[in-house]
Design a protein around this ligand. Structure first.
Ligand code: PAF
Length: 292
């Protein structure tokens, strides 16, 4: 399969590297990383070590069987515009936050799939991605159910050795992931702590409150996600990623825009009833962003 990975940061580079063992992959990202990959290939280090030679560029190619979108959620609209001029068979979002698939689907003629990804990656230096944790890609139609496209993309990922599940319940899975991100990302970014600091004490209580509020909003939207399921998933991710610095913490530390609008801000905007914890986290992160 001819696959363009748009957003070759840490996770995009790792997925692209794994897929390049089996498929024709083009990484689309920023220099100097893309320049180094084009010249010397991509080195994957850590859980597995190997070198692959995907194509690498800074703009989207003219065509691909599949575009895997891994950019930050605030760049989705711009990427959707670029991909609209590209001949695509299908598109898969593996991004954080909600609303990305709708933005892509509004601009593209091809089927758009939703995905979640729990693989861990870190971009150490141009040309090298650290594979920090084996996870799973779960993908399927964003509105739920099954599709031939989802099966085909799932088989292509599985064939490249990426742990993949093709799921018929993506709305529930996307809301569950949103609950985890709403619980962990803003709290760790504001308190400047690793995910493991939310394992007990006041951090755990704050994370659980944010997860419960998100589960309630999911149910308001007709998605079956129990409060305690959202809290348990959050606890599990905190345990599994205890040493991680969340993506939002990394954004805040680097003075970059965060994904707050697609995470806690999305919960606030979608809620029928007040969600004070998500609202406070959103306001605090937006205040931090304005100060940078
Ligand atoms: O955004 C992140 O950092 C990750 O999605 C997660 C699961 C919170 C782990 O750090």
């Amino acid at each position: 399969m001819d696959i363009a990975v748009v957003g070759a940061g840490s996770l995009g580079s790792l997925l692209g590297g794994l897929l390049a063992r089996e498929h024709d992959v083009t990484l689309v990202g920023r220099d100097p990383h893309m320049r180094r990959v084009a010249a010397e290939g991509l080195r994957v280090a850590g859980v597995e070590q190997f070198r692959v030679t995907p194509a690498a560029r800074t703009d989207v190619p003219d065509s691909a069987d599949l575009a895997v979108v891994a950019v930050k959620s605030h760049d989705t609209a711009a990427v959707a515009d670029q991909l609209a001029g590209c001949e695509l068979g299908a598109c898969l979002s593996v991004q954080n936050g909600m609303g990305n698939e709708a933005t892509l689907a509004a601009a593209l003629d091809c089927p758009v799939l939703a995905g979640t990804c729990t693989y861990g990656a870190r971009l150490d230096e141009p040309g090298t991605v650290a594979f920090t944790g084996r996870g799973e890609v779960v993908l399927g139609p964003p509105a739920g159910g099954r599709s031939e496209t989802a099966e085909r993309v799932g088989a292509a990922f599985g064939g490249a050795g990426v742990e993949t599940t093709v799921a018929a319940d993506m709305p529930r899975r996307l809301w569950a992931k949103l609950a985890v991100n709403a619980a962990i990302n803003a709290a760790t970014a504001l308190a400047r702590v690793e995910n493991g600091a939310l394992a007990d004490g006041p951090g755990a209580a704050l994370a659980a409150d944010a997860a419960r509020e998100t589960a309630r909003v999911a149910r308001e939207q007709g998605v079956d996600l129990a409060d305690e399921r959202a809290v348990e998933l959050t606890r599990q991710v905190v345990r599994d990623t205890a040493a991680n610095r969340s993506s939002m913490l990394q954004d805040v530390e680097a003075g970059r825009a965060t994904e707050i609008d697609a995470i806690n801000g999305y919960v606030v905007a979608a809620a029928d009833e007040p969600v004070p914890v998500n609202e406070t986290l959103t306001r605090l992160v937006r205040t931090r962003e304005r100060a940078d």
